[in-house]
Design a protein around this ligand. Structure first.
Ligand SMILES: [Zn+2]
Ligand SMILES: [Zn+2]
Length: 115
């Protein structure tokens, strides 16, 4: 892993690692970042996956890991099911003839009823 993959901007998505001394605290592993946060405040927050380095939203399951991973990288029943469903969707999209895209219309809704 190279440091150049990290953004040196002031704002970045934190990549978390659990504190060695306090299981309730996660800190950012970014070399220039001193951010840390209590686990309970990280649920529902966006972070960088420790494996694939993509952004994901953390929940209680992910925060059981010392180094939280996104659902795609998690080796849990949920993660496997997620990966499987993604593969199935990809397979369907690949097998589908190009014209089928026309059938995927956005769901109706959100019509504004203003007069
Ligand atoms: Zn950070
Ligand atoms: Zn990942």
């Amino acid at each position: 892993m190279s440091l150049t993959t990290y953004s040196m901007n002031k704002y970045h998505l934190h990549q978390y690692e659990r504190s060695k001394s306090n299981e309730e605290i996660y800190r950012c592993v970014h070399p220039r970042c001193t951010h840390y946060q209590k686990k309970e405040f990280l649920i529902g927050k966006e972070a960088i996956c420790n494996l694939c380095h993509k952004a994901f939203i953390m929940d209680n399951d992910q925060l059981r890991n010392k180094k939280p991973r996104c659902p795609m990288c998690q080796d849990t029943a949920k993660g496997r099911a997620f990966r499987k469903s993604m593969e199935t969707i990809k397979g369907i999209l690949q097998e589908a003839p190009p014209t089928i895209e026309d059938d995927f219309q956005p769901l109706p809704g959100g019509e504004e009823e203003k007069n």
